[in-house]
Design a protein around this ligand. Structure first.
Ligand SMILES: Cc1ncc(COP(=O)(O)O)c(C=O)c1O
Length: 387
């Protein structure tokens, strides 16, 4: 054979793979099948590289273990997981009940995309009691979407009770459990039908990879989620799947540290004269703490607090004086972050007074006393501008 041909074939059959701690990263869109019969036998063979290569399959198995799931669908981002799970179970004419504290881009998806396909979204107050929520649902409600603690404002709902009551009425439940990360809280163990996560946050843990997951116990629901991914043509890269699997190995250790530091900062902030209120369900006495203590293994690094009322310039002075907390919208990585929340809250249906301007912190893996020193700098700048 000519070099032209030999170069196409050379090295295409690697020597027997040695076993490494992590799975091999198979780079491939094309999958080579062992026989003509296997070409059309997708029950027994992976026939195309969008799904089922080694790193992706290993991640799905590990996430299923974490979530207590029969199957886990993977998506290219957390938002795609939210959209994918909703599309998999909703159809024209259905209504979905959504927490008013849902992650804002999920709300945008409901308001713009679901609406276009004839699905009605109704928002409920994020700390509404389970009985009122489920009993008030119309007969068109097919799904209740939970997020507890809620984005930015950290309200808690009794997910077990909502799931129990919803099941009696034949309504599905799904939870955006990015805060609980499948480790601090396990929605499927509490009867919720679909547990969704932005793996981008704590599972990845390093602020450098996007991915999302939706996990379920009911095989029929798992099939619907899988088919949804298949029909929309979503795929995650093998490198990214490998990175997520690597993140999972240290998830409990990192979460323990994030949680302990966040609690230390929350206690410290509570005692400060510039602070009006703490919104962190892991803090004894804070809103939602009883449900948290009943159902959660621990807290993560994300919580909010309200400064005492002051002009926007003082809030910006607080944020601009921080040197260790970066100003950024994400969370779940090793680094500390802060944002002001108020500009995002005006899209909510149920407006509330939080006691003053709301700041969200993500407490990273830095030394907690160094972070307290940083907040001290911020509060001094706030006090100077508030005066
Ligand atoms: C609660 C919550 N859910 C979902 C997402 C979306 O995740 P991704 O950024 O991977 O799309 C985020 C991102 O900030 C989030 O905070």
């Amino acid at each position: 054979m000519d070099d032209e041909t030999r170069l196409i074939r050379a090295g295409s059959t690697p020597p027997k793979l040695v076993k490494t701690v992590g799975p091999p990263i198979q780079k491939g869109s094309t999958v080579l099948l062992p026989s003509a019969a296997a070409l059309y036998d997708d029950d027994n063979h992976v026939t195309y590289g969008r799904q089922g290569l080694a790193a992706q399959a290993a991640l799905q198995e590990a996430l299923a273990t974490l979530e207590g799931a029969v199957g886990v669908a993977l998506y290219p981002s957390g938002l795609a997981a939210m959209a994918g799970a909703l599309l998999a179970v909703l159809k024209t004419g259905d209504e979905v009940l959504v927490s008013d504290a849902i992650y804002k881009p999920t709300r945008r998806f409901c308001d713009l995309v679901l609406k276009r396909f004839g699905v009605k979204t109704t928002y409920y107050p994020p700390d509404l009691d389970a009985e009122t929520l489920v009993k008030g649902a119309s007969d068109a409600v097919r799904l209740i979407l939970l997020e507890s603690p809620g984005s930015l404002t950290f309200e808690m709902v009794d997910q077990s009770r909502v799931a129990e009551l919803a099941r009696e009425r034949g309504i599905l439940t799904a939870s955006d459990n990015t805060w609980g990360a499948g480790y601090l809280y396990k929605p499927l163990h509490h009867g919720v039908d679909i547990s969704i996560q932005a793996l981008t946050k704590y599972v990845g843990g390093h602020s450098d990879v996007f991915m999302g997951s939706a996990a379920a116990r009911d095989p029929a629901l798992v099939r619907k989620l899988d088919e949804g991914v298949l029909h929309l043509g979503w795929a995650v890269s093998q490198d990214d799947a490998y990175q997520m699997l690597r993140g999972l190995r240290t998830l409990p250790t990192r979460l323990e540290r994030h949680g302990a530091s966040a609690l230390k900062l929350a206690h410290w902030l509570k005692a400060r004269p510039e602070v009006a209120e703490i919104y962190h369900p892991a803090l004894p006495g804070a809103p939602g703490h009883e449900l948290f203590a009943r159902d959660f293994r621990g807290g993560c690094g994300l919580f909010a607090f309200a400064l005492k009322p002051a002009p926007e310039a003082a809030v910006n002075a607080f944020l601009d004086a921080l040197t260790l907390f970066g100003l950024g919208f994400s969370w779940g990585g090793f680094e500390s972050l802060a944002i002001s929340c108020d500009p995002q809250l005006h899209t909510r249906t149920f407006k509330r007074d939080y006691g003053g301007p709301l700041i969200r912190l993500h407490v990273g893996l830095e030394n907690a006393d160094d972070l307290i020193a940083d907040l001290t700098r911020g509060l001094a700048a706030y006090a100077a501008d508030a005066a």
